[in-house]
Design a binder for this molecule. Structure first.
Ligand SMILES: C[S@@+](CC[C@H](N)C(=O)[O-])C[C@H]1O[C@@H](n2cnc3c(N)ncnc32)[C@H](O)[C@@H]1O
Length: 495
């Protein structure tokens, strides 16, 4: 007898279809149809404004300039979908200058869940941070007043994280490269807030450049869930009592989401509260109470499971957890590196003051007030000056970090050169030292070309000026020479 050929074998089906088959039983048929219909629609690109650099109203100007039709992401005031665009959102000078970050709308949820009003200078751990989208959001939400330790265990992903934080203009952040599993024992009861945006199977039903979907085996999924549980338990130990952890993934498999929360509840039955998010989100998106043979504690239902059809995002999961009582941890010493090995030496007060005078005279920039209001210090390594959070030097001076703070600039034979990232972050604090270029020269400038035949400010030849358009919008640094305006846009910024 001829055997009937089965439908296409799961191994040959595209990843999304395989995942959909597994998720079918988790939704009622009407909702499942809504999900299928949603997946036929395009996933709109989205961005989040950098509120350290621009005002919330900047979106209106950007939309007008680039012909964007935009819609606010309902759970993130600074987040916008761009539904139509004359100019792609990745191809603007504002993007290259770090005035916004391109991020899937669902990924804007986790950081929005933290309550940050009670601690003006919070200590935050981003346990699995690279490439840093959510770290920038954390820095933004604290107004860069806290200290964010952005950690990722993958050495090869640290370069991306560095670049993202630099472009964002974050001062109150330090990057480390350790397994997140170790933080709980190295730093018990330490952090006010911890984000664990966990490595996951990426079964979010929407393949994008950053989140490609591929089929996963049950074994891979279970091994990821084990790692996620270990990371979450570590985060919970490293959290202060009364503090908050946000656990998130960009996958919809219950084992990696509700299942991981369940393992935490079993591990620390008297210390975890899963916050009910139903009243915080505009649309209901409850987590599962059960999945197949798995059943979950009722409070887990308060987490948010973002099926794509709810908000028109990729699939996502996020939970806000509060530590209600201390938990036991086997404390062990964190890695040690003497501060002097970093090569950073605090700027003596006299040097700090003369640098401040220079910036005040040249740019009208009040460095001292800024340092004092944020509790930042100036350090120097060779000729380069950095601003970094005081808190780091007090509490984590012996932690081997990869980078910390933001470069202010460097001493050179021709004077102090304000760095690209400092100027891009603080240009609005600089009423002087600016130079406007005519509209018809902007394209050439953005391409990285020097501008000849232009009357540069003659006062100080060689001076670094803050170039702007005729409306005062910042366009990068230039060096005013007698015969031209030398373009100092870094190669990664030119269009
Ligand atoms: C989902 S990604 C993080 C995305 C990031 N939060 C963002 O918004 O840009 C997960 C990250 O976890 C890192 N990772 C994997 N295992 C880890 C571990 N044991 N400890 C710390 N980080 C880990 C990966 O290298 C990866 O960069």
């Amino acid at each position: 007898m001829k055997r009937k050929r089965s439908a296409v074998s799961p191994a040959r089906l595209p990843a999304r279809e395989v995942a959909l088959e597994q998720f079918r039983l988790l939704l009622d048929p009407a909702e499942f149809s809504r999900l299928l219909a949603e997946l036929e629609r395009p996933l709109y690109p989205s961005l989040r404004l950098n509120l350290l650099k621009v005002a919330p109203g900047a979106m209106a100007d950007l939309s007008k300039k680039y012909g964007w039709q935009v819609e606010n992401v309902p759970f993130c005031a600074a987040g916008w979908w761009v539904k139509e665009a004359r100019q792609p959102i990745s191809q603007t000078i504002e993007h290259r200058l770090g005035q916004y970050y391109i991020q899937d709308a669902a990924s804007m949820l986790p950081v929005e869940l933290f309550d940050l009003y009670d601690s003006p200078f919070p200590l935050i751990l981003d346990m699995a941070a690279s490439p840093g989208g959510k770290t920038t959001h954390l820095v933004d939400r604290t107004g860069d007043c806290g200290l964010v330790i952005a950690n990722d265990s993958s050495k090869s992903r640290i370069t991306a994280l560095r670049l993202v934080l630099k472009t964002w203009g974050a001062v109150g952040a330090a990057i480390t490269c350790f397994p997140g599993e170790r933080f709980g024992d190295w730093f018990p009861e330490t952090f006010d807030r911890i984000l664990l945006d966990a490595p996951c199977s990426m079964q979010g039903l929407r393949s994008t450049e950053n989140h490609p979907m591929r089929p996963i085996t049950g074994r891979e999924r279970d091994s990821l869930a084990d790692r996620q549980s270990r990371l979450l338990a570590s985060a919970f130990r490293a959290l202060k009592t009364g503090g908050q952890v946000v656990y998130s993934t960009c996958t919809l498999t219950p084992e990696e989401n509700e299942g991981v929360l369940e393992s935490l509840l079993q591990h620390y039955p008297n210390s975890v509260q899963v916050v009910d998010l139903s009243h915080r989100l505009p649309l209901p998106s409850p987590a599962l109470r059960a999945a197949g043979e798995l059943t979950f504690s009722p409070q887990i239902g308060g987490a948010a499971r973002l099926w794509p059809h709810i908000y028109g995002t990729a699939g996502f999961f996020a939970a806000l957890l509060v530590k209600t009582a201390p938990v036991e941890s086997v404390s062990s010493s964190p890695p040690f590196r003497a501060w002097r090995a970093s090569g950073l030496v605090e700027l003596p007060r006299s040097e700090r003051d003369s640098l401040a005078r220079l910036l005040l005279d040249g740019y009208g920039f009040d460095l001292i007030t800024l340092l004092e209001s944020f509790d930042w210090l100036l350090y120097r390594r060779a000729e380069v000056v950095y601003a970094l959070p005081h808190r780091l030097v007090v509490d984590f001076s012996s932690l081997p970090f990869v980078s910390v703070g933001l470069q202010v600039g460097e001493y050179s034979p021709s004077g102090f050169i304000l760095s690209h990232e400092w100027a891009a972050r603080f240009e609005k604090n600089c009423p002087a030292g600016r130079f406007s270029i005519p509209t018809e020269r902007i394209e050439a400038w953005q391409r990285g070309e020097d501008l000849h035949d232009i009357q540069t400010p003659a006062t100080q030849p060689g001076k670094i000026v803050l170039v702007q358009d005729e409306m005062g919008n910042y366009l990068g640094r230039g060096r005013a020479l007698s015969d031209r305006l030398k373009n100092l846009l870094p190669a990664r910024v030119v269009l």
